[in-house]
Design a binder for this molecule. Structure first.
Ligand SMILES: Nc1nc2c([nH]c(=O)n2[C@H]2C[C@H](O)[C@@H](COP(=O)(O)OP(=O)(O)OP(=O)(O)O)O2)c(=O)[nH]1
Length: 128
């Protein structure tokens, strides 16, 4: 099965972190994730994550650090999820596709019902 490359951003708003919830009609319905999406042909990882964040959330970010990618096999597809930490820069946050969001303290994040591929990323981020 082919591995789909996906970027995502752990976006920091001061001491808070943004998590977003997938809608009922998306794959992995109602799971929480970091905003991002599939890399398009010819696009760099950083171009991808910035584009996806603007498309999904209407905000601009400054990308900070690349964390370790996670390869995860779901029952019917496989992804390589490439995470970045980022800081919010500008724009009014508007959800274009997702059903909900939270701005949480680091310790609160673990209580959400995450997409499985995100759990190792969250653990790495919380250790730092
Ligand atoms: N954006 C994002 N996707 C994630 C995360 N964790 C995780 O398992 N995924 C999965 C969900 C999707 O199947 C895929 C990301 O692609 P996408 O967001 O463009 O996918 P989608 O379901 O909206 O689009 P599609 O497959 O219907 O074309 O990776 C995450 O933290 N962020």
């Amino acid at each position: 099965m082919k591995t789909i490359p996906v970027t995502c951003a752990i976006i920091q708003f001061g001491s808070k972190v943004l998590a977003i919830q997938r809608s009922e009609t998306m794959k992995l319905p109602l799971k929480w994730e970091f905003a991002g999406g599939k890399i398009e042909p010819g696009e760099s990882e950083i171009e991808c994550v910035k584009r996806e964040i603007f498309e999904e959330l209407n905000i601009h970010i400054e990308v900070k650090e690349r964390l370790n990618p996670v390869i995860h096999q779901y029952p019917d597809f496989k992804i390589k999820l490439i995470p970045f930490t980022a800081d919010y820069v500008s724009g009014e946050l508007k959800l274009k596709e997702h059903s909900d969001y939270v701005l949480a303290n680091k310790q609160e994040l673990i209580n959400l019902d995450w997409a499985e591929a995100d759990l190792p990323i969250l653990k790495e981020y919380l250790k730092a």
